[in-house]
Design a protein around this ligand. Sequence first.
Ligand SMILES: NC(=O)c1ccc[n+]([C@@H]2O[C@H](COP(=O)([O-])OP(=O)(O)OC[C@H]3O[C@@H](n4cnc5c(N)ncnc54)[C@H](OP(=O)(O)O)[C@@H]3O)[C@@H](O)[C@H]2O)c1
Length: 347
Amino acid sequence: MVFDEINQKVGTPNLHAALPYVAAESRYSNMAYRRCGRSGLLLPAISLGLWHNFGSVDVFEDFEKVAYAAFDNGITHFDLANNYGPVPGSAEENFGRILAHGLGRYRDELIITTKAGYDMWPGPYGEWGSRKYLMASLNQSLKRMGLEYVDIFYSHRPDPNTPLEETMGALADIVRQGKALYVGISNYDVEQTKQAVAILKEHKVPCLVHQARYSMFDRWTEPGLLPLLEQEGVGMVAFSPLAQGLLTNKYLNGVPADSRAARPNSFLPASSITPDILAKIRALNALAEQRGQTWAEMALAWLLKDRRVTSVIVGARSVNQLMDNLKALEHLDFSEEELTQIEKILG
Ligand SMILES: NC(=O)c1ccc[n+]([C@@H]2O[C@H](COP(=O)([O-])OP(=O)(O)OC[C@H]3O[C@@H](n4cnc5c(N)ncnc54)[C@H](OP(=O)(O)O)[C@@H]3O)[C@@H](O)[C@H]2O)c1
């Protein structure tokens, strides 16, 4: 529920910022929660990521509504990192403001994650995987969000020049200090994951989760990583499950001016939307229509049909996009014929 609705309810439309957010009572009625590996933690099947759309370049009132709509619909898991913005750090600052505006009263119903690994501040201690960087970065993240602890802290990427024992040792100590309840890794390959999981086990601080890029268009996790995580009892959350918006109907007729591909220095350059990709997008969109779903809904459902995938972290720029993504949960089953058709289209 957002300010406008609360204000309408109490009949005081001009008290806009005066009333804090109050969550919808129905928030747990439709979401499915899945166990993260063999841990005690349940995560919503759909989570919200704040990599884009929550920075200082974005409109606070717009993304605040997305965060509230998420929680109102059972999304308890908000995924951040030290560098999310732009500018780096601003997504955490903005999320701190959202918590202060009322979401924070539900702190015990929230799973808030952050990460460190990418370039964050100048000098030798502002990126990668040293103990110095991870500890300092988490302290900064906690300050920006106004939190005493995060629920999950990630090593955002493996560091080829720091012993893995040091990076994992820092993660274990962060848990012991009470600054994170759980730890995870992201962007580690299969071998690095095997080693990281083993080292954390020695520290008696299990690796809760691996956060990996996974979508219909990027399936590197399937042959080695997913079987390893299942065997080790580690959860898997999929990032960029819509391939940053490619797996939606938005690029069917060109690149819309407000889309990610149209932004300068985008991680999804318009040049990546090749005729071959467009042909696949069109064929899959048609299949989604036959299933009575949007293409985005089908792309998410296709990931969630695999129980090893604990959650998909979507990035939504508007409440409409978020609500569309949530509808994926209404139809997760695929017939053998549909699955074969999808494999054929993906080639
Ligand atoms: N660990 C890592 O290294 C890593 C890396 C990347 C991401 N992540 C995490 O994963 C999260 C999600 O990544 P992502 O933003 O790339 O995810 P995504 O869900 O694949 O892409 C999000 C974009 O897709 C479009 N979109 C979403 N729902 C839509 C819908 N229903 N209809 C039409 N378009 C829709 C929007 O693009 P437009 O803005 O064009 O409308 C949105 O900004 C991040 O926020 C972050 O938390 C982690």
